[in-house]
Design a binder for this molecule. Structure first.
Ligand SMILES: NC(=O)c1ccc[n+]([C@@H]2O[C@H](COP(=O)([O-])OP(=O)(O)OC[C@H]3O[C@@H](n4cnc5c(N)ncnc54)[C@H](OP(=O)(O)O)[C@@H]3O)[C@@H](O)[C@H]2O)c1
Length: 307
């Protein structure tokens, strides 16, 4: 269905800050078309601290839902009338639907990455995980991987206390779990990498690709040479991060953040519209994602004055 721009048009907002890197509004609108919904998703920059004001505006505009990215995934929770348990525990809500003025939240990042990794593993073990990062996205991914068989976690994060806090939370949630935490130092990473089935890059590092922006990249990725050949290297970012480039060089099977976002769509469309999507619709969404990534690159080059 085309958007009819009438009083029945369901209005969704995609909010975060910064929003320059986000590619998902185009994909969301394509999904609406594919499931035949008269709906529109509008990206808006909403700064930290502006959520209360934004929610008042969204209700006034009779918005049907909100898609959330950084830095709002935890901050939204006090505003919710209902929140899915795992999203509350891991402080990470990325979808809200507004029903009769009530806000209902859910976190779908974990299932997006978990499903992507499980598909790539093709039945192989997911027991031993190296989790790099301990921000909002890391906990839900670890919890989802637990549900798919992961039991032994090594968590590496710049701020070790945050890795330890996440480790403690995981141990409270899941009794039969082993967790070891450390910093991003090569010594911890190399020792942790040796026997892993999965390595998940959950920080914002390496987006520019290898050798592009040393301030926003790993000091060394040599630990990746220790990952066993069967290990799946997963990155929450896309498309050509330094982590993924090293994994390709080492011949590892890789998955990226684009598929993490795409594999969420099945749950996203069910949550917001009660709609089931097919594999063919997912492939259509993939095409929209590639188009959005290209548009993002073109915009960035224009900003840098390169075209
Ligand atoms: N593909 C998808 O669908 C998807 C979904 C959600 C998020 N993401 C992406 O995932 C990334 C992480 O998101 P998040 O919500 O978890 O963010 P977050 O809560 O802000 O966490 C950021 C993580 O990156 C680390 N980090 C940031 N700058 C660093 C630096 N200079 N050196 C070392 N570590 C650094 C942080 O370490 P400290 O704890 O030490 O600060 C923390 O572990 C974002 O780039 C986001 O865009 C992708």
């Amino acid at each position: 269905m085309r958007v009819k721009f009438n009083l029945d048009t369901k209005l969704y907002f995609l909010i975060g800050d910064p929003m320059e890197h986000s590619c998902t509004a185009l994909v969301n609108n394509r999904m609406f078309e594919l499931v035949n919904e008269n709906a529109l998703c509008v990206p808006v920059t909403v700064k930290k601290g502006q959520l209360a004001e934004f929610i008042r505006a969204a209700k006034l505009l009779h918005a049907a839902g909100i898609y959330l990215t950084m830095p709002h995934k935890g901050d939204i929770i006090p505003f919710l009338d209902e929140c899915e348990e795992s999203a509350r525990v891991f402080h990470s809500v990325n979808h809200v639907k507004i029903v009769d003025g009530r806000l209902i939240g859910i976190g779908l990042d974990g299932v997006g990455m978990g499903r992507t990794i499980e598909k790539a593993a093709g039945g192989g073990s997911l027991e031993k995980v190296l989790l790099i990062g301990a921000g909002a996205v890391a906990g839900p991914i670890a919890a989802d991987l637990y549900r798919r068989g992961a039991r032994d976690f090594k968590i590496a994060n710049r701020t070790v206390q945050k890795a330890e806090a996440l480790g403690k939370l995981l141990e409270e949630q899941f009794q039969d779990i082993r967790v070891e935490c450390g910093g991003l130092e090569e010594s911890f990473l190399c020792a942790a990498a040796a026997d892993r089935d999965v390595a998940v890059q959950c920080t914002s590092l390496g987006l520019g690709g290898a050798g592009k922006d040393s301030a926003q990249d790993f000091q060394s990725l040599d630990f990746m040479d220790r990952l066993p050949g069967h290990c799946i290297a997963a990155d929450v970012l896309y498309p050509k991060t330094s982590f993924l480039q090293r994994a390709w060089k080492n011949g590892l099977k890789t998955v990226d953040g684009m598929w993490m976002a795409l594999n969420q769509q099945e749950e996203v469309m069910r949550f917001h519209f009660g709609a089931d999507i097919t594999e063919r619709e997912l492939l259509e969404a993939e095409e929209a994602f590639h188009a959005a990534v290209t548009m993002r690159e073109v915009r960035a080059r224009r900003r840098r004055g390169e075209m």
